[in-house]
Design a protein around this ligand. Sequence first.
Ligand code: T6T
Length: 345
Amino acid sequence: MSNKSTFGRVVRRKRVALPALALAGATALSLGGVATSSAATARGVAKAGKNITIALVPGLTTDPFYITMHAGAALEAKKLGAKLIWQGGTTFSPTTQLPVVNSLLAEHPSALLIAPTDVVALKAPIQKFVKAHIPVISVDTTINDTSLLVSRITSNNFQGGEQAAATIAKLAHYQGQVAVDNVNPGISTTDARQAGFLAQIKKYPHMSVAAVEYNQDSPTLAASQTKNLVLKYPKLVGIFGTNLYGAQGAGQAIAAAGKKGKIFVAAYDAEPATVKLLRQGVINVLVIQQPAVEGADAVRFAVDFLTGHKNLIPKSVLVPNIVATTATASNPNITKYFYKTSFSG
Ligand code: T6T
């Protein structure tokens, strides 16, 4: 299997026997035909991570996406004998993330794993880690200056956006207006999802984009924006909520407006509220990510880096999406990818 990555590089995926958690998305990679299944995994029993402290800074700590990432990272750290520190803000914003990152620098962890909340604002603090010889890996989101990073791990966000648009288009018989309810500009993941969505809609001559809204990661704002879009654009046939909170708000507003099945909803991320809307047929397609796999990969790459196996770390990893519809929402092959809402590891 091969995938053109968002970063323009072809990444070949090869399934190998990995421990339980990684089976969810098996991300052992081969680049240019050279197998790169992680050396740290192979030596997991030997506790390759002894004396290693890895800091993981999520976009925000209360989001089920990052809670699930934490669980995956913690399991991998335990397996490798490394210590994991989990610290972050409670909103998805550089304002809350920057102080956390700056105070972590003073603790001098062995490695930093981070979901930067902005492609530009996190560059300077990451640079400080690099100057202090602390390797940095981005996980989920990234920064524009990827030269600072040992590796970047994310989902195939562009493709998720394309898939969202293609599903809405098909349901709407390839005509009508659509809208995007996004988080904030400057977030690598959701920017790529929006770009994929807009590029796909362009392919349909009888479809157009009525509006792009930014909800600041607030489901309440996303709901009021969606309500207004429904009133303003009578030809609206679809809306794309680019992450968990936009999805919740958009779905709830469409249901409240009595537009279920008339205005189709494509959404991201599987936690209880979005899954409920999917099962009700309000959300028609849900793109699910594999945050536990992303977290586990990031820990493994950090340990590889710190134990002299730098050459085995891929520069970029695109983890495949799982696409759920109302019809498949209770299928165990899909439900096993639903996110955790708590983790106390
Ligand atoms: O969709 C995820 C994540 O991939 C994105 O970068 C930010 O939002 C989420 O955390 C969901 O809320």
